[in-house]
Design a protein around this ligand. Structure first.
Ligand code: SAH
Length: 341
């Protein structure tokens, strides 16, 4: 077993199962996550009995991933990790004025097949374990010496295609004795897996939900996002209405502007109509061009016009600040370069 896979509840179950006190689970959790502890060897947990440490050593592996490459640009650090089966994933650290945000991967490869996305060029190989997601944060904090205050699950993979692990991951990083990252500082981004959005509406943590929308009509969405053939916009918006009713949390809509694909005035008006009356926040994303895909980014004038139309129609909208274009920080690009697929 892998120690970083376990939420505190699961760690408690482990100790109870071995007729040990619950208290040891909390202590061990602190040894794993408190800033000045972060143990690399169970023997360092000096307030645990020797026999417990021996048992832990028998049952658990601690560290399983390592940083194999790092690139930097102003305010951004991009990390490539090797997993213990030699697969690679990546994470990007962005320094904002409000704190340090880490964009983490949730799967090796991705099955969603969005036409504009580098990650989807490689089919899903496997889900990341909970601990492999936790370790991305631990290793980046250790390597950079920076405290991560915000997490976005927007790296390689579709988080809702790895739903149970994402939920445990959130429990660990949000726990006051874990990494203590506030739920409102955690964002899960999905291309719109409707059944999981519904399930997530009952997940009792105040995390943010972001939807990769990228098109205001089914016809257009189907041409760039295969998931639109499975769930119509009507189904998607209905599930989000339910999510909003239950959670009362504003939903973010991500919209990449792709030159001559989805960036016309007509598209902006259709988007405004689709989101009218909803507590929506639109994040317009200047496309990060990749050398392998044919899409181009919209020019700044078109981006500005798109933004204005949404604003005029009373939609809350921002244009995403760009990080790391020069170091291929867009989703999936670093792994792609490394493995040359
Ligand atoms: N699968 C999830 C999370 C990973 S993708 C999702 O679809 O939301 C995270 C975000 O990056 C998505 O909005 C995705 O559409 C966007 N994205 C992918 N490639 C991009 C690129 N080259 N430039 C800008 N945004 C990109």
């Amino acid at each position: 077993m892998y120690i970083y896979d376990l939420t505190l509840e699961k760690l408690i179950d482990y100790f109870l199962k071995h007729d040990e006190k619950k208290f040891y689970a909390t202590e061990l959790f602190k040894w794993l996550y408190e800033e000045n502890k972060r143990l690399t060897d169970f023997d360092l947990a000096t307030n645990l009995k020797k026999e417990i440490r021996e048992k832990l050593k028998e049952d658990f592996t601690i560290s399983t991933i390592e940083i194999v490459n790092k690139e930097s640009a102003p305010d951004v650090l991009k990390y490539l990790f090797r997993l213990n089966d030699c697969e690679h994933i990546e994470a990007v650290l962005m320094k904002h004025d409000y704190g340090n945000s880490l964009c983490i991967s949730s799967q090796v490869g991705c099955n969603m097949g969005c036409k504009f996305c580098e990650s989807g060029r490689r089919k899903k190989v496997r889900n990341l374990r909970v601990g492999e997601m936790v370790e991305q944060i631990l290793l980046v904090e250790q390597e950079s010496g920076l405290k991560i205050s915000h997490i976005v699950i927007m790296g390689i993979g579709e988080p809702f295609d790895n739903y149970d692990n994402i939920c445990d991951f959130i429990k660990i990083i949000n726990h006051p004795k874990g990494l203590n990252i506030g739920a409102r500082h955690i964002t899960v981004s999905t291309c719109g897996l409707v059944p999981k959005i519904l399930e997530f509406s009952d997940f009792p943590y105040q995390v943010n939900l972001a939807i990769s929308l990228h098109a205001p009509t089914d016809a257009l969405r189907k041409t760039i996002m295969p998931i639109a053939k499975v769930y119509s916009l009507k189904d998607l918006m209905n599930s989000l209405d339910i999510y909003y009713k239950k959670t009362k949390r504003r939903i973010t809509f991500e919209y990449i502007l792709l030159d001559n694909v989805n960036d016309s005035e007509k598209d902006a008006l259709a988007l405004a109509k689709l989101l009218k009356g909803k507590n929506a926040y639109v994040n317009l994303i200047p496309y990060n061009e990749t050398s392998t895909l044919q899409f181009k980014r919209s020019n700044p004038l078109k981006i500005a016009r798109f933004y204005d139309i949404l604003k005029k129609n009373n939609i809350t909208v921002t244009i995403r600040r760009e990080f790391g274009g020069t170091i291929s920080a867009a989703c999936g690009q670093l792994r792609s370069k490394k493995e040359e697929v």
